[in-house]
Design a protein around this ligand. Structure first.
Ligand code: FE2
Length: 376
C-alpha cells in the first residue's frame, strides 16, 4: 500500500496539469549576435554549441547557441530589414524574446495552455533532421515576450534541427554557472495581478511570495512583486510592477526604455559566488556598487556567515537570510545600451527567497545609477 507521503506526492503531481522539466533555452534578440556570442564566451565562460545562418540555409537571421552547465542562451540577429527579429530590436533594443520551457509533450502543453486562455504564438510544429525530431509550440506572455514549449525526447542533436555544431576555437574558461534560478518580468502599473492570474490559470503556477511597496521602497522609488513558481518548483518567475514613489521607479525606467513589458533580469546560480564574481570582475563585467555602510551592518543583520565580510565587501556581494538558510547575490549593470536587462548571480545556501533584506541597499544603488542617467 502507498504511504501517505506517496499519495500526497501523486496527488500533487496530478494537480500539476502543466509539468515543466526546466528552462530549455533563453533567446535574446540582439543587433550583433556574432559579437554577443564572443562576449558570452569570453566574459561569462559559456561554451559554443550550435549555429544557424546563411551557411545552414537560413536566409533572414543568424543564431549562435552558447551553454554553461544547464544554462543555454540563443543569440539571434536579423540578416535583412523588416524581419520579426529586426522589428523587435528596433522597438526594444537587445532583450529576451523567448523563454523556452522543456516539456515532455509540446502538443499537450500548447493545447492545454490555449484552452486555459493563452494567446497562440505558433501552433505545434515538428522539426527533424538526421538526429531525430523535436516538437515546438509557442504562447505569448507579457509585452512581446513568448514561451516556446520544447519537446526533445526523440532528439539527439546539439540543439535543434536546422542548427549545426559550432566551435569558435576559443579556449573557454567556465565561471561555475549552473542553472537559471529565476527570471523576472517587469509589467505595467496595475498589470502584476493580471500576469499572476495568467500563470496560475494557464500554466498551473502558484504564488510563492509577495512583496509590496512597504517591503520594496526607498526614499524615492517603489515597486511591487509577486513570485510565481511551477508545480515542481524548478521554474520561478517573479513579476514586478512599478509603485508610486516620489521619483521614477526603476521598473518605470525599464518600461520606458524597453518600450513595454519584458524580462528585467535573468538570475543564474553558482556554487561558489566568490570565485565566480572575482573571475567576472577580472574579465571586465561591471556590477552595481554597494555602499560601505552595507557591510558595516552586515553581521548584525544576517548573523554569522561562512564568507569573510572583507571579501564580500571587496567584490560587492550581497547577503540575506531567511528561515531556511542564507543566500548571496549580486547584480550586473545593464548589459546593453538601454538601461533594461541585467544579470543576477546567486548562490543559495538553503534560502529559498529572493534577498528581501537587500532590496533597500540594492534599489538605492540603482537610483544612484538612474541619477547619473538623469532618469530618476
Ligand atoms: Fe532576482
Amino acid at each position: 500500500m502507498d504511504t501517505i507521503a506517496e499519495k500526497k506526492q501523486s496527488m500533487k503531481e496530478m494537480e500539476d496539469f502543466m509539468p515543466i522539466m526546466g528552462t530549455d533555452y533563453v533567446e535574446i534578440y540582439t543587433s550583433n549576435a556574432r559579437q554577443a556570442a564572443y562576449f558570452y564566451q569570453s566574459a561569462f565562460g559559456f561554451k559554443p554549441v550550435a549555429h544557424c545562418g546563411l551557411e545552414t540555409g537560413v536566409k533572414d537571421r543568424e543564431s549562435y547557441v552558447v551553454q554553461q552547465d544547464k544554462i543555454r542562451i540563443v543569440l539571434t540577429s536579423p540578416l535583412k530589414s523588416g524581419t520579426e527579429v529586426g522589428t523587435h530590436i528596433d522597438k526594444h533594443g537587445d532583450g529576451v524574446r523567448v523563454i523556452a520551457l522543456w516539456v515532455d509533450d509540446a502538443e499537450y502543453a500548447y493545447s492545454t495552455a490555449v484552452e486555459r486562455g493563452a494567446e497562440s504564438y505558433f501552433e505545434p510544429r515538428e522539426e527533424s533532421d538526421v538526429h531525430g525530431r523535436v516538437v515546438r509550440s509557442g504562447i505569448k506572455i507579457y509585452g512581446d515576450t513568448v514561451h516556446i514549449f520544447v519537446e526533445r525526447k526523440d532528439y539527439s542533436g546539439v540543439f535543434l534541427p536546422g542548427y549545426e555544431p559550432w566551435d569558435s576555437g576559443m579556449e573557454i574558461k567556465p565561471i561555475g554557472l549552473k542553472y537559471v534560478d529565476h527570471m523576472v518580468g517587469n509589467v505595467e502599473l496595475g498589470k502584476m495581478n493580471y500576469w499572476v492570474k495568467f500563470y496560475e490559470d494557464v500554466l498551473g503556477f502558484r504564488q510563492m511570495l509577495s512583496f509590496d511597496d512597504k517591503d520594496i521602497s526607498t526614499k524615492y522609488t517603489a515597486l511591487m512583486s509577486k513570485v510565481m513558481s511551477n508545480g515542481n518548483g524548478r521554474i520561478k518567475f517573479p513579476i514586478n510592477e512599478p509603485a508610486k514613489g516620489v521619483k521614477k521607479s526603476q521598473v518605470e525606467e525599464y518600461l520606458d526604455f524597453y518600450e513595454g513589458p519584458g524580462v528585467q533580469h535573468v538570475a543564474v546560480a553558482t556554487n561558489n559566488i566568490i570565485d565566480t564574481i572575482a573571475e567576472l570582475r577580472s574579465r571586465g563585467i561591471q556590477f552595481l556598487s554597494i555602499p560601505d555602510t552595507y557591510y558595516d551592518e552586515l553581521e548584525d543583520r544576517v548573523g554569522e556567515i561562512d564568507e569573510q565580510t572583507s571579501t564580500l565587501r571587496k567584490l560587492g556581494i550581497l547577503v540575506d537570510r531567511d528561515d531556511e538558510g542564507s543566500l548571496l547575490q549580486i547584480f550586473t549593470k545593464p548589459i546593453q545600451p538601454r538601461p533594461t536587462m541585467f544579470f543576477e548571480i546567486i548562490q543559495r545556501k538553503g534560502a529559498t527567497s529572493f534577498g528581501k533584506g537587500n532590496f533597500k541597499a540594492l534599489f538605492e544603488a540603482i537610483e544612484r545609477e538612474q541619477e547619473l542617467r538623469g532618469t530618476l
